[in-house]
Design a protein around this ligand. Structure first.
Ligand code: SF4
Length: 336
């Protein structure tokens, strides 16, 4: 399904920046900035999953936290259902928080160990005034446990009584509790065993369809996102370098960084051979990103121009944009 084709996007992010100041000491002035997110734009439609992928340290989790306003943006715009939320006061933001929730990587540290599951799930429902009576609250909690395929008696137990996968189901139920439209899954399956990972990915995929949710699925693992995403945005050193529909990105990537990431994804068919592209060196520091194309220090296809001129995101096919001089064309740039 191409959910992107329908109407106004639920989430629109325009030229988002998040720079963290660096100070030499507690009383010192600012000596520089970590440019964690440095001009990122994308949209997510209602009922669509967009995966944001890249190596650790590329800024993808900071994008998620800034979109959710857990971090204040340095610049740029974030619109939820057409309403700008990047500049709202905490009071005006509060009712909108109900509509955007998060599932973190480590369910154990994100669930209060002293609360029973019932109380963990009741908290967002009562905070947003969504249950009229005790019986209504109980019904909602039972329904949430059904949705994440946990037995109803789970509500009387504490987080430590569950396995990692079950705890992540509780984390998902908590995100669903206030009736969110947008869920940011921040490396939500990365800490789980392979078989449990697949179960949680399937659950998220089912819930996304059943509830017409929009998901921003943040992951360093392209193999995992292939099973649940509609589109993929690839991030490198604070910038998006390519966005495309899943099938297009996996079969015909245009950016050398995407090609390298894909070369590491195992192919299920043993007769298909894929040559692994090993990138030299580590991701450079976001304090002083390389000149020109930020990827030029590691790109196997870099040429002179790459070192001095930054490539813009350009249309390279229908719904497909990439930032690479190899694909420069007169066509005007736009963001999918
Ligand atoms: Fe590589 Fe140059 Fe393209 Fe950057 S612009 S990805 S360095 S070829």
């Amino acid at each position: 399904m191409n959910a992107a084709a329908h109407g106004r996007p639920l989430l629109e992010v325009n030229d988002l920046k998040k720079h963290f100041p660096i100070r030499a000491g507690f009383f010192s002035g600012i000596t520089g900035y970590v440019r964690a997110v440095d001009g990122v734009s994308f949209t997510i439609s209602r009922g669509e999953t967009l995966s944001l992928v890249g190596e650790s340290g590329c800024g993808k989790s900071t994008v998620g936290r800034t979109v959710l306003r857990l971090l204040k943006p340095t610049a740029g715009q974030v619109l939820l259902d057409g309403v700008r939320i990047d500049n709202l006061s905490p009071g005006r933001l509060r009712p909108l928080r109900r509509r955007m929730q998060v599932v973190f990587q480590d369910p154990f540290s994100s669930l209060n160990p002293r609360l029973k599951v019932r109380d963990i799930l009741a908290e967002p429902i009562t905070n947003f005034g969504l249950a009229k009576a005790r019986s209504d609250l109980d019904d909602r909690i039972a329904d949430l446990l059904d949705k994440v395929r946990l037995p109803r008696d789970a509500m009387n137990r504490f987080p430590h009584e569950f396995s990692g996968g079950q705890r992540q189901r509780i984390g998902i139920a908590r995100a669903l509790a206030p009736g969110a439209d947008l869920i940011v899954c921040d490396e939500a399956v990365s800490a789980l065993d392979v078989s449990v990972k697949a179960q949680i990915v399937n659950l998220l995929s089912d819930l996304q369809r059943e509830l017409n949710l929009s998901l921003l699925f943040i992951s360093h693992d392209l193999a995992i996102v292939e099973h649940l995403t509609h589109r993929v945005a690839v991030m490198y050193l604070g910038k998006i370098v390519e966005i495309a529909e899943k099938r297009t990105l996996f079969s015909a990537p245009k950016h050398p960084y995407t090609e390298a990431l894909l070369s590491a994804v195992p192919v299920p068919d043993p007769s298909v051979r894929r040559t692994r592209i090993i990138l030299a060196g580590d991701v450079p520091s976001p304090i002083r990103p390389p000149s020109g194309c930020r990827f030029h220090t590691r790109c196997p296809r870099a040429f002179d121009r790459c070192r001095v001129e930054e490539p813009a995101l350009r249309a390279v096919g229908p719904g497909h944009v990439a930032a690479c001089h190899l694909h420069d064309a007169p066509a005007s740039a736009h963001v999918a």
